[in-house]
Design a protein around this ligand. Structure first.
Ligand code: ADP
Ligand code: MG
Length: 447
């Protein structure tokens, strides 16, 4: 951060450079314009002076040339010559006897006596009078320069003031950025509530909004992590205590092999249950945090249902339950196979678990009349009352009075997966088998 260039300095340099450039353009423009104007004015003066000299009566002396006196300190910069019948009769004292210009009429710029001169030449109409009036080119430049100096000098003097005013303006404009920085700097490390500034300029609103969005996501992620930790601690306490108790029984039953085997088997079962709980919690946590890759392929629901019923068949057999599957072909659902496996396993597992021995469980995969892919799980168990059905999906909700073990998380997972895959869930008494009927409907992918 410390190595980044200063926005304030950057703005200041940009603004100052732009203003200087504009000044420069104005100065050049003024120079060109003023030069032109001065040239026209001075040329007019030259012509006028020449006209006066042409019409004035000549005081002709035989030999002497009349030298005009220099009456002003700038007099040296202007000069004139009057020739009569080819002979120099009058001149200013700063020129020699050579004519100022070779031209006899009109304007000319010449070198004379080491200086550059603007010369106007004209002739009398009646008498043979040739007049030259000249002016040093330098004096014209001096006038234009003096004008420019008069304009640019105050600007140059005002430049530091301008930079200071710009610095102040930029400094002021950047206050909200500093306020944001200070606000963030003063936060406690675990503060994730949205950033609220007293006044947010429009340009900064997207930044603040994105920041708050990010804070919200972090908060959700942290909440989910926290919940996972709390859930895991809460849920694993009982199974671990049970495992420990059984392990102690096994340790104590040294001579009694059947008792020891039973205790060890219970220990293994307890470990399996704990592992299952951890799996469920992890799956739920991932679903809640939205940490799931985009679904790119369609999965055959029938194949998944077949796999799950095959996996659970031994469980059903152990309790003499009748687990059957009726699956149509070509029932594709856009979801991860793992999610669908988890969803079906939870439903079938519940149907088997909460139904008595020798109960019937029917799993159906097919299409509804409207073409939607439908999964039905029927059982002949005790079913559920409306109030309990309403609460399915609440974390850790379990109907009281069960002897069956469970975590009360299965339905949270079912609902999250249904939501993530765009499915609708319905739970009602089973008209087919008398127990519970769970129905999940996915949109028709062929449409
Ligand atoms: N098919 C069913 N028949 C009767 N009760 C059920 C059935 N499915 C779920 N339940 C009830 O809903 C509760 C929540 O189920 P679930 O979320 O899967 O948690 P778990 O099975 O871990 O207890 C269960 O404890 C049970 O009381
Ligand atoms: Mg369950």
């Amino acid at each position: 951060m410390a190595t980044g260039r200063s926005l304030q300095l950057h703005l200041l340099v940009l603004l100052s450079a732009s203003i200087s450039l504009v000044w420069l353009v104005v100065a050049v423009w003024t120079w060109v314009d003023a030069s032109h104007e001065v040239d026209e004015l001075m040329d007019g003066h030259l012509a006028q002076a020449a006209a006066i000299l042409v019409v004035q009566p000549l005081e002709l002396t035989d030999d002497a040339v009349a030298d005009a006196p220099v009456l002003h300190r700038y007099g040296a910069r202007v000069a004139f010559q009057v020739f009569h019948e080819g002979a120099l009769v009058m001149r200013s004292s700063n020129v020699g006897e050579e004519p100022l210009s070779k031209e006899r009429d009109g304007f000319d710029t010449v070198r004379y006596g080491g200086e550059s001169w603007r010369v106007f030449a004209t002739r009398g109409a009646e008498s043979d009078v040739q007049v030259y009036v000249g002016e040093q080119v330098d004096s014209r430049n001096d006038i234009v320069l003096a004008m420019l100096r008069g304009m640019l000098l105050p600007m140059a003097l005002a430049f530091p003031l301008l930079v200071y005013v710009l610095w102040w303006a930029v400094h002021r404009a950047l206050i909200p950025l500093r306020v944001l920085g200070d606000t963030l700097g003063q936060r406690k490390p675990d503060a994730l509530n949205p950033v609220v500034l007293p006044e947010t300029p429009r340009e900064m609103q997207p930044l603040v909004a994105e920041l708050n969005e990010l804070l919200l996501r972090i908060e959700r992620m942290l909440a989910s992590e926290r919940r996972f930790t709390a859930d895991a601690a809460h849920e694993l306490r009982t199974p671990i205590a049970a495992i420990r108790a059984q392990a102690q029984v096994a340790l104590g039953a040294v001579g009694n092999k059947p008792e020891r085997d039973l205790a060890l088997n219970t220990t293994v079962a307890g470990c399996d249950r704990a592992a299952h709980i951890v799996d469920q919690l992890l799956a739920l946590s991932r679903l809640e945090a939205g940490q799931t890759e985009a679904v790119t392929q369609n999965v055959d629901l029938s194949a998944v249902a077949q796999q799950v019923t095959a996996d659970l068949a031994p469980t059903a057999l152990a309790r003499k339950q009748d687990l059957s599957l009726e699956a149509d072909k070509d029932c594709m659902v856009a979801a991860h196979a793992v999610w669908l496996t988890m969803l079906i396993r939870n439903l079938v597992d519940n149907a088997l678990r909460y139904s008595p021995d020798s109960a019937r469980v029917l799993v159906r995969v097919g299409r509804s009349a409207s073409g939607r892919v439908v999964l039905d799980v029927h059982d002949s168990g005790p079913g559920m009352v409306g109030a309990d059905i309403e609460r399915l999906g609440e974390r850790f909700f379990r109907v009281l009075g069960h002897v069956q073990t469970g975590s009360g998380l299965g339905w949270s997972i079912v609902r999250r997966i249904a939501e993530a895959t765009g499915a609708q869930v319905a739970v009602r008494p089973s008209v087919l088998l008398g127990g519970l009927h769970v129905q999940i409907e996915w949109p028709d992918l062929r449409k």
